[in-house]
Design a protein around this ligand. Sequence first.
Ligand code: DLL
Length: 435
Amino acid sequence: MAIWNEKYETMSHDEMRTLQSERLVKVVQRVYENVEPYRKKMDEMGVKPEDIRSVEDLHKLPFTTAADLRENYPFGMRACPMEEITEVHASSGTTGKQKVLGFTNHDVGIWAEIAARALTAYGVTKNSVVQTAYGFGLFTGGFGAHYGALKIGATAIPASSGNSKRQIQMMKDFGSTFLACTPSYALSLSETLREMGYTKDDIKLEGGAFGAEPWTEEMRAELEDKLGIKAYDIYGLSEIMGPGVSFDCALQDGMHINEDHFIPEIIDPDTGEVLPEGSVGELVFTCVTKEAFPLIRYRTRDITSLNYQKCACGRTLVRMNKPMGRTDDMLIIRGVNVFPSQIEEVLMKTDGVAPHYQIVVDRLNNKDSLDVMVEVSEDVFSDQVKDLEKLAGKLSQDILSALNIRARVKLVEPKSIARSEGKAVRVIDKRKLHQ
Ligand code: DLL
Protein backbone atom coordinates (compact mmCIF):
# COMPACT_ATOMS: atom_id res chain seq x y z
CA MET A 1 0.00 0.00 0.00
CA ALA A 2 1.82 3.05 -1.26
CA ILE A 3 2.00 6.30 0.71
CA TRP A 4 2.80 9.55 -1.13
CA ASN A 5 4.50 11.45 1.67
CA GLU A 6 5.73 9.11 4.40
CA LYS A 7 7.15 11.93 6.48
CA TYR A 8 3.88 13.72 7.07
CA GLU A 9 1.39 10.90 6.61
CA THR A 10 3.02 8.60 9.17
CA MET A 11 4.52 10.99 11.75
CA SER A 12 3.79 10.31 15.40
CA HIS A 13 0.89 12.02 17.10
CA ASP A 14 3.27 14.07 19.26
CA GLU A 15 5.36 15.21 16.31
CA MET A 16 2.17 16.20 14.52
CA ARG A 17 0.97 18.26 17.51
CA THR A 18 4.33 20.03 17.64
CA LEU A 19 4.25 20.79 13.92
CA GLN A 20 0.64 22.00 14.10
CA SER A 21 1.48 24.22 17.06
CA GLU A 22 4.44 25.85 15.30
CA ARG A 23 2.37 26.47 12.21
CA LEU A 24 -0.63 27.72 14.16
CA VAL A 25 1.39 30.32 16.07
CA LYS A 26 2.74 31.71 12.78
CA VAL A 27 -0.58 31.78 10.96
CA VAL A 28 -2.36 33.53 13.83
CA GLN A 29 0.31 36.22 13.85
CA ARG A 30 -0.05 36.60 10.09
CA VAL A 31 -3.85 36.89 10.00
CA TYR A 32 -3.81 39.32 12.93
CA GLU A 33 -1.43 41.57 11.03
CA ASN A 34 -2.96 41.22 7.58
CA VAL A 35 -6.67 40.38 7.77
CA GLU A 36 -8.73 43.16 9.24
CA PRO A 37 -11.84 41.05 9.98
CA TYR A 38 -9.66 38.69 12.08
CA ARG A 39 -7.92 41.53 13.91
CA LYS A 40 -11.31 42.99 14.74
CA LYS A 41 -12.77 39.68 15.96
CA MET A 42 -9.72 38.89 18.08
CA ASP A 43 -9.65 42.39 19.58
CA GLU A 44 -13.34 42.10 20.44
CA MET A 45 -12.67 38.82 22.21
CA GLY A 46 -9.58 40.20 23.90
CA VAL A 47 -7.29 37.59 22.31
CA LYS A 48 -3.81 38.61 21.20
CA PRO A 49 -1.57 36.53 18.90
CA GLU A 50 0.81 35.99 21.88
CA ASP A 51 -2.00 34.13 23.69
CA ILE A 52 -1.79 31.35 21.11
CA ARG A 53 1.23 29.21 21.94
CA SER A 54 0.09 25.75 20.83
CA VAL A 55 -2.89 23.78 19.50
CA GLU A 56 -4.14 23.65 23.09
CA ASP A 57 -5.01 27.33 22.69
CA LEU A 58 -6.97 26.85 19.47
CA HIS A 59 -10.32 27.07 21.27
CA LYS A 60 -9.53 30.67 22.31
CA LEU A 61 -9.73 31.84 18.71
CA PRO A 62 -12.89 33.14 17.04
CA PHE A 63 -14.81 31.04 14.53
CA THR A 64 -15.07 31.93 10.86
CA THR A 65 -18.36 31.27 9.08
CA ALA A 66 -19.71 31.42 5.56
CA ALA A 67 -21.24 34.79 6.51
CA ASP A 68 -17.75 36.23 7.12
CA LEU A 69 -16.72 35.31 3.59
CA ARG A 70 -19.91 36.78 2.16
CA GLU A 71 -19.60 40.00 4.16
CA ASN A 72 -16.04 40.42 2.98
CA TYR A 73 -16.84 39.42 -0.60
CA PRO A 74 -14.86 38.93 -2.72
CA PHE A 75 -11.31 39.21 -1.37
CA GLY A 76 -11.63 40.91 2.03
CA MET A 77 -10.42 37.89 4.01
CA ARG A 78 -7.16 37.57 2.11
CA ALA A 79 -3.88 37.59 3.99
CA CYS A 80 -1.57 38.35 1.06
CA PRO A 81 -1.29 41.08 -1.59
CA MET A 82 -3.71 40.66 -4.50
CA GLU A 83 -0.88 40.27 -7.02
CA GLU A 84 0.22 37.07 -5.29
CA ILE A 85 -3.13 35.42 -5.91
CA THR A 86 -2.80 33.28 -9.01
CA GLU A 87 -6.06 31.32 -9.03
CA VAL A 88 -9.61 31.98 -7.87
CA HIS A 89 -12.29 29.47 -6.94
CA ALA A 90 -15.70 29.69 -5.32
CA SER A 91 -17.90 27.52 -3.22
CA SER A 92 -20.89 25.93 -4.84
CA GLY A 93 -23.57 27.46 -2.58
CA THR A 94 -26.61 28.34 -4.62
CA THR A 95 -28.08 31.21 -2.63
CA GLY A 96 -26.70 34.64 -1.88
CA LYS A 97 -23.26 35.87 -2.79
CA GLN A 98 -20.67 33.29 -3.72
CA LYS A 99 -17.97 32.46 -1.22
CA VAL A 100 -14.84 33.39 -3.14
CA LEU A 101 -11.39 32.01 -2.34
CA GLY A 102 -8.00 32.88 -3.77
CA PHE A 103 -4.90 30.70 -4.01
CA THR A 104 -1.24 31.67 -4.36
CA ASN A 105 1.12 29.43 -6.33
CA HIS A 106 2.29 28.03 -3.02
CA ASP A 107 -1.33 27.21 -2.07
CA VAL A 108 -1.94 25.47 -5.39
CA GLY A 109 1.22 23.45 -4.67
CA ILE A 110 -0.24 22.28 -1.34
CA TRP A 111 -3.48 21.42 -3.07
CA ALA A 112 -1.65 19.26 -5.62
CA GLU A 113 0.25 17.61 -2.75
CA ILE A 114 -2.86 16.69 -0.75
CA ALA A 115 -4.67 15.48 -3.88
CA ALA A 116 -1.60 13.36 -4.75
CA ARG A 117 -1.69 11.84 -1.26
CA ALA A 118 -5.33 10.91 -1.81
CA LEU A 119 -4.88 9.47 -5.31
CA THR A 120 -1.86 7.46 -4.16
CA ALA A 121 -3.96 5.96 -1.36
CA TYR A 122 -6.47 4.94 -4.06
CA GLY A 123 -3.78 3.09 -5.98
CA VAL A 124 -3.13 5.73 -8.68
CA THR A 125 0.45 5.68 -10.03
CA LYS A 126 2.18 7.26 -12.99
CA ASN A 127 0.91 4.35 -15.08
CA SER A 128 -2.72 5.25 -14.36
CA VAL A 129 -5.09 7.09 -16.68
CA VAL A 130 -7.23 9.44 -14.59
CA GLN A 131 -10.47 10.67 -16.13
CA THR A 132 -11.78 13.66 -14.21
CA ALA A 133 -15.51 14.14 -14.70
CA TYR A 134 -15.94 16.73 -11.94
CA GLY A 135 -16.73 20.15 -13.33
CA PHE A 136 -13.77 22.38 -14.17
CA GLY A 137 -14.35 26.03 -13.34
CA LEU A 138 -14.80 27.94 -10.11
CA PHE A 139 -15.87 24.63 -8.51
CA THR A 140 -12.75 22.98 -7.08
CA GLY A 141 -13.60 19.37 -8.03
CA GLY A 142 -12.11 19.30 -11.54
CA PHE A 143 -8.88 21.16 -10.89
CA GLY A 144 -8.21 19.38 -7.60
CA ALA A 145 -8.28 15.91 -9.13
CA HIS A 146 -6.34 17.17 -12.15
CA TYR A 147 -3.52 18.74 -10.08
CA GLY A 148 -3.22 15.55 -8.04
CA ALA A 149 -2.98 13.39 -11.16
CA LEU A 150 -0.33 15.72 -12.67
CA LYS A 151 1.72 15.69 -9.48
CA ILE A 152 1.83 11.89 -9.51
CA GLY A 153 2.67 11.89 -13.20
CA ALA A 154 -0.39 9.88 -14.23
CA THR A 155 -2.06 10.55 -17.57
CA ALA A 156 -4.68 13.18 -16.78
CA ILE A 157 -7.87 13.45 -18.82
CA PRO A 158 -9.68 16.67 -17.85
CA ALA A 159 -13.02 15.52 -19.28
CA SER A 160 -15.12 17.79 -17.01
CA SER A 161 -18.69 16.77 -16.25
CA GLY A 162 -21.57 16.03 -18.62
CA ASN A 163 -21.92 14.48 -22.05
CA SER A 164 -22.15 10.99 -20.61
CA LYS A 165 -21.90 9.04 -23.86
CA ARG A 166 -18.69 10.80 -24.71
CA GLN A 167 -17.38 10.08 -21.21
CA ILE A 168 -17.95 6.36 -21.77
CA GLN A 169 -16.41 6.51 -25.22
CA MET A 170 -13.31 8.24 -23.82
CA MET A 171 -13.15 5.73 -21.00
CA LYS A 172 -13.06 2.91 -23.57
CA ASP A 173 -10.82 4.54 -26.15
CA PHE A 174 -8.28 6.14 -23.80
CA GLY A 175 -8.22 3.16 -21.44
CA SER A 176 -9.07 5.18 -18.32
CA THR A 177 -8.18 3.25 -15.20
CA PHE A 178 -9.49 5.75 -12.68
CA LEU A 179 -12.58 7.95 -12.54
CA ALA A 180 -13.04 11.10 -10.45
CA CYS A 181 -16.59 12.53 -10.22
CA THR A 182 -19.52 12.83 -7.83
CA PRO A 183 -20.96 9.48 -6.69
CA SER A 184 -24.34 10.40 -8.21
CA TYR A 185 -22.70 11.11 -11.57
CA ALA A 186 -20.74 7.85 -11.37
CA LEU A 187 -24.03 6.03 -10.93
CA SER A 188 -25.49 7.83 -13.90
CA LEU A 189 -22.40 6.93 -15.99
CA SER A 190 -22.86 3.27 -15.04
CA GLU A 191 -26.34 3.43 -16.58
CA THR A 192 -25.01 5.07 -19.73
CA LEU A 193 -22.42 2.30 -20.01
CA ARG A 194 -25.20 -0.28 -19.96
CA GLU A 195 -27.41 1.69 -22.33
CA MET A 196 -24.57 1.87 -24.85
CA GLY A 197 -24.50 -1.92 -24.82
CA TYR A 198 -21.28 -2.29 -22.83
CA THR A 199 -20.53 -4.05 -19.57
CA LYS A 200 -17.94 -3.30 -16.91
CA ASP A 201 -15.66 -5.76 -18.68
CA ASP A 202 -15.47 -3.44 -21.69
CA ILE A 203 -13.72 -0.73 -19.66
CA LYS A 204 -10.50 -0.73 -17.70
CA LEU A 205 -11.58 1.22 -14.65
CA GLU A 206 -10.06 -0.01 -11.40
CA GLY A 207 -11.02 2.73 -8.99
CA GLY A 208 -12.80 6.00 -8.47
CA ALA A 209 -12.57 9.07 -6.20
CA PHE A 210 -16.09 10.09 -5.34
CA GLY A 211 -17.09 13.04 -3.21
CA ALA A 212 -18.50 16.59 -3.11
CA GLU A 213 -21.80 15.24 -1.73
CA PRO A 214 -22.84 12.84 1.02
CA TRP A 215 -23.14 9.21 -0.01
CA THR A 216 -23.68 5.97 1.87
CA GLU A 217 -21.89 2.63 2.23
CA GLU A 218 -24.84 1.13 0.32
CA MET A 219 -24.10 3.45 -2.60
CA ARG A 220 -20.43 2.46 -2.40
CA ALA A 221 -21.36 -1.22 -2.77
CA GLU A 222 -23.61 -0.37 -5.73
CA LEU A 223 -20.89 1.60 -7.55
CA GLU A 224 -18.26 -1.06 -6.90
CA ASP A 225 -20.56 -3.69 -8.34
CA LYS A 226 -21.82 -1.74 -11.34
CA LEU A 227 -18.45 -0.40 -12.47
CA GLY A 228 -16.23 -3.24 -11.25
CA ILE A 229 -14.05 -0.87 -9.23
CA LYS A 230 -13.02 0.12 -5.71
CA ALA A 231 -15.01 3.24 -4.84
CA TYR A 232 -13.12 5.65 -2.59
CA ASP A 233 -14.46 8.61 -0.71
CA ILE A 234 -12.82 12.01 -1.03
CA TYR A 235 -13.80 15.03 1.02
CA GLY A 236 -13.08 18.71 0.85
CA LEU A 237 -14.52 22.16 0.56
CA SER A 238 -13.42 25.19 -1.38
CA GLU A 239 -13.13 27.36 1.73
CA ILE A 240 -10.42 25.08 3.06
CA MET A 241 -8.84 24.01 -0.25
CA GLY A 242 -10.97 21.71 -2.41
CA PRO A 243 -10.98 17.91 -2.79
CA GLY A 244 -8.28 16.18 -0.75
CA VAL A 245 -8.80 17.79 2.65
CA SER A 246 -9.37 14.16 3.66
CA PHE A 247 -9.34 10.84 1.84
CA ASP A 248 -10.08 7.14 2.22
CA CYS A 249 -7.24 4.65 2.34
CA ALA A 250 -7.39 1.09 1.02
CA LEU A 251 -9.21 0.04 4.19
CA GLN A 252 -12.12 2.40 3.41
CA ASP A 253 -12.79 2.95 7.09
CA GLY A 254 -12.86 6.72 7.52
CA MET A 255 -11.03 9.48 5.68
CA HIS A 256 -7.55 10.56 6.76
CA ILE A 257 -7.36 14.31 7.26
CA ASN A 258 -4.27 16.11 5.98
CA GLU A 259 -3.85 17.54 9.46
CA ASP A 260 -0.39 18.97 8.88
CA HIS A 261 -2.27 21.57 6.80
CA PHE A 262 -5.76 21.63 8.31
CA ILE A 263 -6.36 21.17 12.06
CA PRO A 264 -9.77 19.60 12.71
CA GLU A 265 -12.06 20.07 15.72
CA ILE A 266 -15.59 18.85 16.42
CA ILE A 267 -17.92 21.32 18.08
CA ASP A 268 -21.48 21.41 19.29
CA PRO A 269 -23.21 23.31 16.47
CA ASP A 270 -25.55 25.04 18.91
CA THR A 271 -23.13 26.17 21.61
CA GLY A 272 -19.81 26.24 19.74
CA GLU A 273 -18.23 24.22 22.54
CA VAL A 274 -15.43 21.78 21.57
CA LEU A 275 -16.67 18.20 22.03
CA PRO A 276 -14.69 15.29 23.48
CA GLU A 277 -12.90 12.80 21.22
CA GLY A 278 -15.25 10.57 19.27
CA SER A 279 -18.35 12.80 19.59
CA VAL A 280 -20.56 13.57 16.62
CA GLY A 281 -20.80 17.27 15.88
CA GLU A 282 -19.88 20.00 13.42
CA LEU A 283 -16.47 19.79 11.81
CA VAL A 284 -14.27 22.89 12.08
CA PHE A 285 -10.95 23.45 10.30
CA THR A 286 -8.04 25.81 10.83
CA CYS A 287 -5.75 26.23 7.83
CA VAL A 288 -2.17 26.53 9.03
CA THR A 289 -0.16 26.60 5.82
CA LYS A 290 -2.20 28.58 3.30
CA GLU A 291 -0.95 31.97 2.19
CA ALA A 292 -3.94 33.58 0.52
CA PHE A 293 -7.00 32.59 2.59
CA PRO A 294 -5.84 30.88 5.79
CA LEU A 295 -9.24 30.54 7.46
CA ILE A 296 -9.23 30.12 11.22
CA ARG A 297 -11.70 27.74 12.89
CA TYR A 298 -13.92 27.63 9.81
CA ARG A 299 -17.30 26.09 10.53
CA THR A 300 -17.93 23.61 7.72
CA ARG A 301 -21.51 22.76 8.80
CA ASP A 302 -20.68 19.11 8.06
CA ILE A 303 -21.75 16.64 10.71
CA THR A 304 -19.28 13.88 11.49
CA SER A 305 -16.91 12.52 14.16
CA LEU A 306 -13.15 12.01 14.38
CA ASN A 307 -11.35 8.71 14.91
CA TYR A 308 -7.88 8.89 16.48
CA GLN A 309 -7.34 5.12 16.49
CA LYS A 310 -4.38 3.69 14.64
CA CYS A 311 -5.18 2.69 11.06
CA ALA A 312 -3.81 -0.53 9.63
CA CYS A 313 -2.72 1.28 6.45
CA GLY A 314 0.20 2.82 8.34
CA ARG A 315 -0.99 6.42 8.15
CA THR A 316 -1.21 8.22 11.47
CA LEU A 317 -3.37 11.04 10.14
CA VAL A 318 -6.61 11.29 12.13
CA ARG A 319 -9.68 9.94 10.33
CA MET A 320 -13.11 11.52 9.93
CA ASN A 321 -16.17 9.35 9.48
CA LYS A 322 -18.37 9.73 6.41
CA PRO A 323 -20.26 13.01 6.91
CA MET A 324 -23.98 12.40 7.47
CA GLY A 325 -24.78 15.68 5.79
CA ARG A 326 -24.68 19.39 6.50
CA THR A 327 -26.47 21.16 9.32
CA ASP A 328 -28.18 23.25 6.66
CA ASP A 329 -29.38 20.16 4.76
CA MET A 330 -30.81 18.53 7.84
CA LEU A 331 -34.56 18.31 7.54
CA ILE A 332 -36.72 18.84 10.57
CA ILE A 333 -39.95 17.03 9.89
CA ARG A 334 -42.58 17.16 12.56
CA GLY A 335 -39.81 17.78 15.06
CA VAL A 336 -37.66 14.84 13.95
CA ASN A 337 -34.20 15.56 12.57
CA VAL A 338 -33.30 13.62 9.46
CA PHE A 339 -30.54 13.74 6.87
CA PRO A 340 -31.28 12.71 3.28
CA SER A 341 -28.41 10.20 3.51
CA GLN A 342 -30.29 8.34 6.26
CA ILE A 343 -33.24 7.89 3.92
CA GLU A 344 -30.86 6.71 1.18
CA GLU A 345 -29.46 4.12 3.57
CA VAL A 346 -32.91 2.68 4.25
CA LEU A 347 -34.05 2.66 0.62
CA MET A 348 -30.95 0.93 -0.65
CA LYS A 349 -31.36 -2.04 1.63
CA THR A 350 -34.23 -3.30 -0.55
CA ASP A 351 -33.63 -5.17 -3.81
CA GLY A 352 -35.14 -3.74 -6.95
CA VAL A 353 -35.04 -0.20 -5.56
CA ALA A 354 -32.67 2.04 -7.47
CA PRO A 355 -30.49 4.61 -5.72
CA HIS A 356 -32.22 7.40 -7.63
CA TYR A 357 -34.50 9.20 -5.28
CA GLN A 358 -35.86 12.59 -4.42
CA ILE A 359 -37.35 13.84 -1.20
CA VAL A 360 -40.17 16.38 -1.24
CA VAL A 361 -41.09 18.15 1.97
CA ASP A 362 -44.08 20.43 2.28
CA ARG A 363 -46.33 21.89 4.92
CA LEU A 364 -50.08 21.53 4.56
CA ASN A 365 -52.49 22.79 7.22
CA ASN A 366 -49.56 23.42 9.54
CA LYS A 367 -48.41 19.85 9.26
CA ASP A 368 -45.18 18.74 7.58
CA SER A 369 -45.46 16.14 4.87
CA LEU A 370 -42.65 13.96 3.59
CA ASP A 371 -42.83 12.30 0.20
CA VAL A 372 -40.08 10.06 -1.05
CA MET A 373 -40.00 9.41 -4.76
CA VAL A 374 -37.86 6.44 -5.63
CA GLU A 375 -37.16 4.65 -8.87
CA VAL A 376 -37.57 0.91 -9.13
CA SER A 377 -36.04 -1.43 -11.68
CA GLU A 378 -37.83 -2.31 -14.95
CA ASP A 379 -38.92 -5.74 -13.68
CA VAL A 380 -40.29 -4.36 -10.46
CA PHE A 381 -42.10 -1.56 -12.26
CA SER A 382 -43.91 -4.03 -14.53
CA ASP A 383 -45.29 -5.89 -11.51
CA GLN A 384 -48.97 -5.71 -10.66
CA VAL A 385 -50.24 -2.59 -8.96
CA LYS A 386 -50.91 -4.43 -5.74
CA ASP A 387 -47.30 -5.64 -5.59
CA LEU A 388 -46.05 -2.10 -6.13
CA GLU A 389 -48.31 -0.86 -3.37
CA LYS A 390 -46.99 -3.56 -1.10
CA LEU A 391 -43.38 -2.54 -1.82
CA ALA A 392 -44.13 1.16 -1.25
CA GLY A 393 -45.80 0.25 2.04
CA LYS A 394 -42.79 -1.80 3.09
CA LEU A 395 -40.36 1.03 2.32
CA SER A 396 -42.46 3.49 4.24
CA GLN A 397 -42.55 1.07 7.17
CA ASP A 398 -38.74 0.67 6.96
CA ILE A 399 -38.33 4.47 7.11
CA LEU A 400 -40.66 4.63 10.10
CA SER A 401 -38.82 1.98 12.04
CA ALA A 402 -35.33 3.29 11.21
CA LEU A 403 -35.93 7.02 11.52
CA ASN A 404 -39.17 7.30 13.43
CA ILE A 405 -40.82 9.41 10.78
CA ARG A 406 -43.77 8.76 8.55
CA ALA A 407 -43.16 9.13 4.83
CA ARG A 408 -45.31 8.54 1.77
CA VAL A 409 -43.23 6.48 -0.63
CA LYS A 410 -44.02 6.74 -4.31
CA LEU A 411 -42.40 4.26 -6.68
CA VAL A 412 -41.61 5.80 -10.01
CA GLU A 413 -40.54 4.49 -13.41
CA PRO A 414 -36.87 3.95 -14.19
CA LYS A 415 -35.22 7.18 -15.43
CA SER A 416 -37.98 9.49 -14.25
CA ILE A 417 -35.82 11.27 -11.68
CA ALA A 418 -33.40 13.77 -13.20
CA ARG A 419 -29.81 12.53 -13.35
CA SER A 420 -27.07 14.69 -11.93
CA GLU A 421 -23.78 15.56 -13.55
CA GLY A 422 -22.44 17.25 -10.42
CA LYS A 423 -23.94 17.42 -6.97
CA ALA A 424 -27.33 15.66 -6.93
CA VAL A 425 -30.39 17.60 -5.79
CA ARG A 426 -31.94 15.18 -3.32
CA VAL A 427 -34.38 17.43 -1.51
CA ILE A 428 -37.10 19.79 -2.62
CA ASP A 429 -38.29 21.66 0.44
CA LYS A 430 -41.47 23.42 -0.62
CA ARG A 431 -41.92 24.83 2.89
CA LYS A 432 -39.27 27.40 2.00
CA LEU A 433 -41.50 28.69 -0.80
CA HIS A 434 -44.32 29.48 1.63
CA GLN A 435 -42.09 31.48 3.99
O1 DLL B 1 -17.37 19.87 -3.07
C1 DLL B 1 -14.97 20.02 -3.03
C2 DLL B 1 -14.88 18.63 -3.50
C3 DLL B 1 -14.84 18.37 -4.86
C4 DLL B 1 -14.78 17.57 -2.61
C5 DLL B 1 -14.72 17.07 -5.33
C6 DLL B 1 -14.65 16.27 -3.05
C7 DLL B 1 -14.63 16.03 -4.41
P1 DLL B 1 -17.69 22.72 -2.23
O2 DLL B 1 -18.41 22.88 -3.50
O3 DLL B 1 -17.18 23.93 -1.53
O4 DLL B 1 -16.41 21.84 -2.44
O5 DLL B 1 -18.63 21.90 -1.25
C8 DLL B 1 -18.15 21.47 -0.01
O6 DLL B 1 -19.54 19.46 -0.05
O7 DLL B 1 -18.77 21.07 3.05
C9 DLL B 1 -19.64 18.94 2.24
O8 DLL B 1 -20.90 19.38 2.70
C10 DLL B 1 -19.80 18.40 0.83
N1 DLL B 1 -18.83 17.30 0.61
C11 DLL B 1 -17.66 17.35 -0.03
N2 DLL B 1 -17.09 16.13 -0.07
C12 DLL B 1 -17.92 15.28 0.58
C13 DLL B 1 -17.89 13.90 0.89
C14 DLL B 1 -16.37 20.54 -2.85
N3 DLL B 1 -16.92 13.10 0.49
C15 DLL B 1 -19.20 20.65 0.70
N4 DLL B 1 -18.92 13.40 1.61
C16 DLL B 1 -18.71 20.11 2.03
C17 DLL B 1 -19.94 14.18 2.02
C18 DLL B 1 -19.03 16.03 1.02
N5 DLL B 1 -20.04 15.48 1.74
